[in-house]
Design a binder for this molecule. Sequence first.
Ligand code: 13P
Ligand code: SF4
Length: 332
Amino acid sequence: MTSVKESWKEKGYIDEPVPQGVDLKAEIRRMCKEKNAIIMAHYYTDGSLQDIADFVGDSLALAQKAATTDAAIIVMCGVHFMAETNKILCPDKVVLIPDLNASCSLAESCPAAEFEAFVKAHPDHKVISYVNTSAATKAVTDVVVTSGNARQIVESFPENQPLIFGPDKNLGAYINSVTGRNMLLWNGGCHVHERFSVEKLIALRKQYPKAKVLVHPECRGAIVKLADVVGSTARLLKYAQESEVKQFLVVTESGILHQMQKSCPDKEFIPVPPDDSTCACNECNFMKLNTLEKVYNTLKYEWPQVDVPQETAEKALRPINRMLEISKRLGL
Ligand code: 13P
Ligand code: SF4
């Protein structure tokens, strides 16, 4: 095995050109078989990765899949916190991420030390953290949630139990509004979902009066108010698949359009643009760091690997497992 070059370490990914004549997709699949590796991809990654992956899902489904896979290697095409979650759930497996720079602005908006101080200042509160957090932040959490189970997990606490919810203030405010709770919210946000334009959405609704508006709850409240459906990426996809309606305005990262269009070729999906650009799509620059070339190299060299310090991993495992147990019990 080639040792990791200093230049790769500096960059956080392997920039070796793929040898000429190599059938990238076939070679990736061949290496997966040879190494007993599984490729998991989030809906926001490029369509080429979703097509080559063994499993594509939302954050909840990806964690559930990691918890049950018998593969020796997991290649996580997503962002760093997802790979960390996989490693925490599967400490004996090799977890690879094609590019170590694939961070998440929401996770970054909640530094563990500051969150811990906030938690300590409210000792009577139980702590709920969105999965979009670092392992160190999860380690000071009572239960982890995703957008696919946040409402039900919040409702599983007694009504008089004071709760902290971090880091996404938009998701937290949305859950407060649908549950009638008054959770204390951390002031974090996702730079992708926060930049959707209310004006452009209103204009598109006029242009497509029959379209249903599909909104991810990481969006601002003014956007959520205009939604027909609010939910995780998997929920929005399922709604589009099962609906009789033929047109949808999609207010989440535009990578999801790949699966929507693929599974519903007779329906029209219109991406709602951000307010700061003329481009039609709102992309997560972190998710888009994943490429087929990087997946090829990461499998070939088994680098970059994601590791979590043992003590942090042990503390973070408890709230992740609690989430998985509650989700299983509720059939989520
Ligand atoms: P879900 O796929 O769980 O809805 O999450 C969205 C997201 O922002 C992932 O980073
Ligand atoms: Fe993080 Fe937002 Fe990108 Fe999701 S879309 S990975 S929340 S930065």
